[in-house]
Design a protein around this ligand. Structure first.
Ligand code: NAD
Length: 343
């Protein structure tokens, strides 16, 4: 196994691992451990190049630093990516080699599941290293807590944008009713909101309509539904300079990562159009909070910790209004301050 340290400005540690025997080809990026050990998922993807894989690890590890800081956690940001081969399945040998690679960082990077890495894969990785979270015995599925955080954040959005918190007068359009979206629908229906959903997966639509009184529209229609809240819970990049001017919703609050196709431009456009955007990395921090509280602190008061999400969101909206800056910018500034002011 060959582990090579790369020198990347503004990143604490970045490594490349090539293991010929197991055919593992991976990167680990540790953006920051200022607040605590870096934590982030292990993602396997069919990257087209070395550069693309490294770029993804760098981008995602930095995002984890900001997510942990805004959730008020003593955690830093890290990420691991494996260059997958679409023609070859994952092998135990390769996952165990990944475990050895993770172990070589001696706990400065804590792994979790991510795209194409399942809880079962994490169990195999764990055979080689204790530095993993989200195992079967531990925090489990983060989706219900992610949905809880999004719902609590929506309450702050209603108060800020509409001056009230009565969901029975509110309509919401949910894009994607998978793990997080379906739990979010449950919260919203429970408080009397009028909910419209869309999903490309017919089975998920069937499951949600059998359980809850929701309206359904085609996937391409959901962003055009005349609702108070538009909630992206499927994909990234759904809000673009092209569709923002025609967006009927005045609140954007969902679980997806990187909802804005052009972060700075879309953040500014939404702000100028008086549409309240709840920064995604703040709103969807419930899953990370769940891992932190259960697997790291070994406590069971995760619902108390979820309150950090609406609290931080309130701070962001106040700052945004006071300084006349978009909420995404305010969220970045707040996270950067928390990183700077650590003692
Ligand atoms: P998921 O895969 O379970 O659900 C996504 C759903 O979106 C699926 O039902 C899928 O069929 C649907 N979908 C895909 N393309 C669509 C389209 N064009 N229009 C409508 N629906 C479409 O994923 P999830 O775990 O529910 O996560 C949802 C989003 O939230 C993802 O972007 C994820 O990265 C993010 N997120 C999830 C968590 C978590 O705890 N699961 C935490 C943080 C962020």
């Amino acid at each position: 196994m060959q582990i090579k340290k790369l020198s990347i400005p503004n990143y604490e540690e970045v490594y490349q691992c090539i293991d010929k025997e197991s055919e593992l080809h991976a990167y680990i990026a540790v953006h920051s451990t200022r607040l605590g050990p870096s934590l982030g998922g292990v993602r396997m993807w069919n990257y087209e190049s070395e550069e693309e894989a490294l770029f993804d690890a760098l981008r995602l590890s930095k995002a984890m630093t900001y997510k942990a800081a805004s959730a008020g956690l003593k955690l830093g940001g890290g990420k691991a990516v494996i260059l997958g081969n679409p023609n070859k399945p994952k092998t135990e040998k390769m996952l165990r080699a990944m475990g050895k690679f993770i172990n070589s960082l001696e706990g400065r990077y804590l792994a979790a599941e991510d795209a194409r890495i399942t809880p079962d894969d994490i169990e195999i990785i764990r055979k080689e290293t204790p530095y993993v979270t989200g195992t079967h015995e531990g925090s489990g599925d983060p989706s219900p807590l992610t949905a809880e955080g999004v719902f609590k954040g929506m309450q702050v959005c209603l108060e800020t944008q509409l001056g009230q918190q009565d969901f029975s007068k509110i309509s919401a359009a949910i894009q994607g009713v998978g793990h997080v979206g379906s739990f979010l629908v449950e919260h919203l229906v429970h408080v009397g909101a009028k909910v419209t959903v869309a999903d490309v997966n017919e089975n998920n639509i069937k499951a949600i309509t059998e359980k809850f009184p929701v309206s359904v529209v085609a996937p391409e229609e959901i962003i055009h539904v005349k609702a108070d809240i538009f909630s992206p819970c499927a994909l990234g990049g759904v809000l673009t300079p092209h569709n923002i001017p025609n967006l009927p919703a005045s609140i954007i609050a969902g679980a997806s990562n990187n909802q804005l196709s052009d972060e700075e431009k879309c953040d500014f456009m939404l702000f100028k159009e008086n549409k309240l955007f709840a920064p995604d990395f703040v709103l969807n921090g419930g899953g990370l909070i769940n891992i932190y509280v259960i697997d790291i602190l070994k406590q069971d008061n995760v619902h108390e910790w979820i309150e950090h999400i609406p609290q931080t969101l309130k701070e962001i909206f106040v700052r945004s209004q006071k300084e006349n800056i978009p909420p995404g910018q305010a969220a970045n500034e707040l996270a950067e301050e928390r990183l700077k002011n650590v003692t």
